[in-house]
Design a protein around this ligand. Structure first.
Ligand SMILES: Cc1cc2nc3c(=O)[nH]c(=O)nc-3n(C[C@H](O)[C@H](O)[C@H](O)COP(=O)(O)OP(=O)(O)OC[C@H]3O[C@@H](n4cnc5c(N)ncnc54)[C@H](O)[C@@H]3O)c2cc1C
Length: 490
């Protein structure tokens, strides 16, 4: 796409305001002070960029109008959902932000058990509203994350073990295309677009509403964090290595290492989840509980509270960078020890990185792999679990070092089998067609990597669909997909 900044055209925001004058959209510019600063704020400070203006839209028509202005003046722009990506894909310097934060409505249809969610909602909005009807869907494990980015990239949550990914429970979307046209996409309406947006949605338009399947969730759940000293790793890992066989989809363990406050000393964390009673939960996790954790915060909580339990470890201050890979169980102790040693070797060098997190997301995949990798754009389905590293830091001068370290740590550089994605990009244990998946969750990756790393064999079809739905590559902020004409067969 053409990117012309607004820098040389000082009357642009007046023109844009004029275009939106009869609407409820708010146009914020630097002169608006605190409200503008708040609007360009992001979960990670390194993604805060000085936009020329932020358009807080309230409906699809305002998005259509803003996009027509953007096309007319050939401007750079981004779409902001919950603002949590660490790739910077929802922020832009000197361009326009289409900000969906005023579009957070959630409507539940208890008879159909569907949940309709506006494009700028957070998962807390969904969890809270659905719970009024004893329903839930597969949403993020930290509830201030945006529904938009998480869903369009795939979506894992505590209910994944039972119901698959967020996109596996997406019934339809309303979307505004680059042309400004407003469409509905589902299995029956514009099914090729629906295929594309489930995994690569950021590249195809602005989703104004998502409709999800809801599931009965009347009961509270057993969940919370157990803290262990690092020397309990062998016993903890022995339990984790039994998890694949023992879980029935109603359990999950997010475990790893961090140096949490107040002591900032390295600790082994296991965040456990059981969708059922206290008796069942404590029985399932009995081997871990018997290891006498230093602290045990696991307790019964209502479902909406579940996804707030990790909020304190995912606050908004400072700079953060995610990188992702995948691992298989059983994991060998030396492999885990090596990863932990490398992680701690980096974060203990700098006081401001101590709250970084190395996380083995052991969320059952049995439901995820029931869907094939070509059923939708999302290509990370395989018999493995996501591995994530989140580095937190403060000094801008270390941005590049942090990014390099995070990427190298989880890329399996120099590691033996166990980590799925190897240094050279090959995926351990899959065939050449990528049948087992790419081994990297797109929502944990930066956007400067090849499309095939995230979309595998689906990249080619996605580029053809870009030609159909966004031939000018207007939506160019996600993993790079360039519109390519379909080559006719002779
Ligand atoms: C603390 C934390 C916890 C997380 N936990 C989970 C988890 O449990 N499960 C999981 O799967 N992932 C998780 N993630 C990763 C998360 O899925 C991504 O960070 C995701 O990009 C966040 O979406 P967002 O809308 O908040 O971000 P944004 O930065 O606003 O958006 C990300 C991308 O999506 C686009 N976008 C957003 N909304 C729309 C829309 N309505 N229409 C079109 N494009 C849109 C943006 O333009 C941008 O390209 C977590 C991330 C963080 C920071």
């Amino acid at each position: 796409m053409f990117i012309f900044t607004l820098g040389g055209a000082p009357d642009m925001d007046a023109l844009l305001r004029n275009r939106l004058v009869t609407t409820k959209a708010e146009v914020l510019v630097p002169a608006d002070g605190e409200r503008y600063e708040e609007a360009i704020g992001r979960w990670s400070e390194h993604c805060v960029k000085k936009a020329k203006c932020v358009v807080k839209v309230t409906c699809a028509d305002e998005i259509t109008k803003t996009l027509s202005f953007i096309r007319d003046h050939r401007l750079g722009f981004v779409v902001r959902g919950g603002g949590h990506s660490t790739s910077g894909s929802s922020s832009i310097a000197n361009g326009i932000v289409i900000d969906l934060s005023l579009m957070r409505g959630v409507t539940v249809d208890p008879a159909l058990k569907t949940i309709r969610v506006e494009g700028g909602a957070l998962w807390s909005d969904v969890d809270t509203e659905a719970a009024k009807y004893n329903l839930a869907t597969v949403g993020g494990t930290v509830n201030h994350t945006g529904v938009g980015g998480l869903t369009l990239g795939g979506g894992y949550g505590f209910l994944t073990g039972k119901y698959g990914l967020t996109i596996d429970n997406l019934l339809s979307v309303d979307i505004v295309l680059a042309s400004g046209d407003q469409l509905t996409a589902s299995e029956t309406q514009n099914p090729d677009l629906f295929w594309a947006i489930r995994g690569a949605g950021q590249n195809f338009g602005v989703v104004t509403s998502f409709t999800f399947r809801g599931f009965d969730q009347p009961n509270p759940v057993y969940a919370g964090t157990l803290l262990f000293p690092l020397d309990k790793l062998p016993q903890v890992l022995a339990f984790i290595n039994t998890f694949h066989a023992s879980n029935d989809g109603n359990q999950a363990i997010l475990w790893g290492v961090s140096c949490p406050p107040p002591a900032h000393a390295p600790l082994l964390l296991t965040h456990i989840f059981h969708n059922g009673t206290l008796e069942e939960g404590t029985a399932f996790f009995a081997p871990l509980l018997a290891l006498e954790p230093l602290a045990n915060f696991a307790t019964m909580v209502p479902y909406p509270t579940l996804n707030s339990l990790l909020n304190h470890a995912s606050g908004f201050e400072g700079r953060k960078q995610f990188a992702g890979s995948a691992f298989k169980l059983p994991l060998a102790l030396p492999l885990v020890q090596t990863l932990i040693d490398r992680f701690l070797g980096f974060v203990t060098q700098f006081p401001d990185t101590k709250e970084s997190l190395l996380l083995f997301e052991t969320i059952p995949y049995k439901e995820v792999v029931k869907v094939s990798n070509d059923a939708m754009a999302f290509s990370n389905r395989g018999e493995y679990y996501n591995l994530a590293v989140m580095i937190k830091w403060k000094e801008a001068e270390r941005d590049a070092d942090v990014r390099k370290f995070a990427r190298e740590l989880v890329s399996g550089a120099g590691l033996a089998e166990g980590v799925v994605r190897q240094k050279d990009g090959e995926v351990n244990g899959t065939n050449a067609e990528g049948v087992e998946g790419v081994g990297m969750y797109g929502n944990y990756a930066n956007t400067d990597i090849p499309a095939s790393d995230i979309y595998g064999n689906n990249a080619k079809k996605l580029e053809e669909l870009k030609q159909k739905y966004d031939p000018g590559n207007l939506f160019d902020r996600g993993t790079k997909l360039v519109a390519k004409p379909v080559v006719p067969m002779n």
